[in-house]
Design a binder for this molecule. Structure first.
Ligand SMILES: *Cc1c(COP(=O)(O)O)cnc(C)c1O
Length: 419
């Protein structure tokens, strides 16, 4: 059994170069320019004994098959190109792709639970569905929620994983990955790097063992492909492939192709959108209709902000920005976490994690900043009752980069439509 040679340490190249070349090294030799899409679900062989030996090898090690995959639930050559490229960008030995971010997290939890390590220590806030999966114990895991300072004390003999998102969804709260990794001791630290992407942050360089992405977001980048991926060492990747084979959460090869294509523009997209997002964060922080702005010190294309008025009026008022959940697309999206992305988290837990009912989460795309600002300005004034515009109850807007803190604002009062 040989592991894919393409992940062997290559001469160090810049991220932008890797983004367009990793996973495509053999194309010239194949006489191709675009990566081929292999849609086979099965692979013919007349040599039954050799196939049996390959299946045995996979079952015992979880290593990548040397040669064609036998069956598409084991592996797929197109998806493997995306895995190779993402591992290179994150600086890990390997990566394993799944049908969605949630399928990827599920596989990580199952790998640890199957070793009897059913306890997870997690830092809130997390993406709503990740919170729900842990809180509900659907996979037989048990969670202890804590803040970064409480991680070391929360670890038990049966702790299999410590999980954090930084910047976190939706408050953009940041955690010190190196300090957390230190607190974890020998327990693997999983960092959900969906928001920062490897363009802005490579958690493994700071001591994380496992990096998770909802590839649906920035890696795909165009809002048209769903996927998840875990970047890690080959030992953990092998265990993930075995779980993926057994549970079936595989990424479709068409999605693998789109994700590989998405990676090639990832650095350009993330940098351009981050510049616009930082600009919008500054403008929002100076706007009297906005009470608080969250923008991470690491940068990025996400901006969250709290409004004095009803956040639902802002969602109803946008015209250029798309009022939709999800993030990381070329076009800008805005949503109200308390109503949508984090609806599934119990109200008390949501507020305790800093997810105010007045919080809006915006994913900044590649539009011109002036057009986005004009749309936001319109939306911030949408349906407002002039008698209630004075921000009497709250202090001056906080600066950009303000450390997110827990703040339970009251629920927005229902407003009669004035139309
Ligand atoms: C969307 C998201 C997920 C879940 O990913 P899916 O691809 O929707 O399954 C996990 N983590 C974060 C931070 C996300 O934003």
């Amino acid at each position: 059994m040989e592991f894919a040679a393409s992940n062997a340490p290559a001469p160090t190249r810049a991220l932008a170069t890797e983004a367009v070349h990793a996973g495509r090294e053999d194309l010239v030799e194949l006489g191709l320019h675009a990566a081929p899409i292999d849609l086979s679900t099965t692979y013919p062989s007349h040599d039954v004994a050799a196939e049996a030996a390959r299946i045995d090898a996979f079952a015992s090690t979880g290593g990548r098959l040397d040669g064609p995959p036998v069956y598409a639930r084991l592996d797929n050559p197109t998806t493997a190109r995306f895995e190779t490229a993402l591992a290179r960008l994150e600086g890990t030995e390997s990566a394993v792709a799944f049908a969605s971010g949630m399928a990827a997290l599920t596989a990580v939890l199952l790998v640890r639970a199957s070793m009897g390590l059913r306890h997870v220590v997690a830092v809130r806030p997390l993406y709503g569905c990740s919170d729900h999966l842990l809180e509900g114990g659907l996979l037989g895991t048990e969670v202890t929620w804590t803040d970064p300072a409480g991680v070391a004390a929360a670890i038990r003999p049966d702790t299999g994983l410590v999980m954090v998102e930084t910047p976190a969804n939706p408050t953009l709260a940041e955690a010190d990955i190196a300090a957390l990794a230190h607190s974890c001791g020998s327990v693997p630290l999983l960092v959900d790097n969906t928001f920062a992407t490897p363009v802005l942050q490579r958690p493994v360089e700071h001591g994380a063992r496992i990096v998770l992405h909802s590839a649906t977001k920035y890696l795909g980048g165009h809002g048209d492909v769903m996927g998840g991926v875990v970047a890690c060492d080959e030992e953990f990747a092998a265990a993930l492939r075995q779980v993926r084979f057994a549970t079936g959460g595989v990424l479709h090869p068409m999605a693998g192709y789109l994700l590989l294509r998405g990676l090639s523009t990832l650095p350009v997209r993330v940098r351009a959108a981050s510049t616009t997002a930082a600009d919008l964060a500054r403008r929002l922080a100076a706007d009297p209709r906005v009470s608080r702005v969250h923008y991470p010190s690491v940068g990025g294309a996400m901006v969250s902000f709290e409004v004095y008025g009803d956040p639902r009026d802002v969602i109803a008022g946008v015209r250029l920005i798309t009022p939709a959940v999800s993030l990381g697309s070329v076009d800008s999206l805005i949503q109200h976490p308390a109503s949508i992305s984090h609806r599934i988290v119990a109200e008390g837990d949501r507020r305790a994690a800093g997810v105010s009912d007045r919080l809006l989460r915006m994913s900044v795309g590649l539009e011109d900043v002036e057009d986005l600002w004009a749309d936001l300005c319109e939306a911030l004034s949408a349906r407002r009752d002039p008698a209630r515009t004075a921000p009497a109850r709250t202090p001056a807007p906080e600066a950009v980069h303000a450390a997110p803190r827990t703040e339970a604002a009251g629920a927005p009062e229902p407003r009669p439509s004035v139309r």
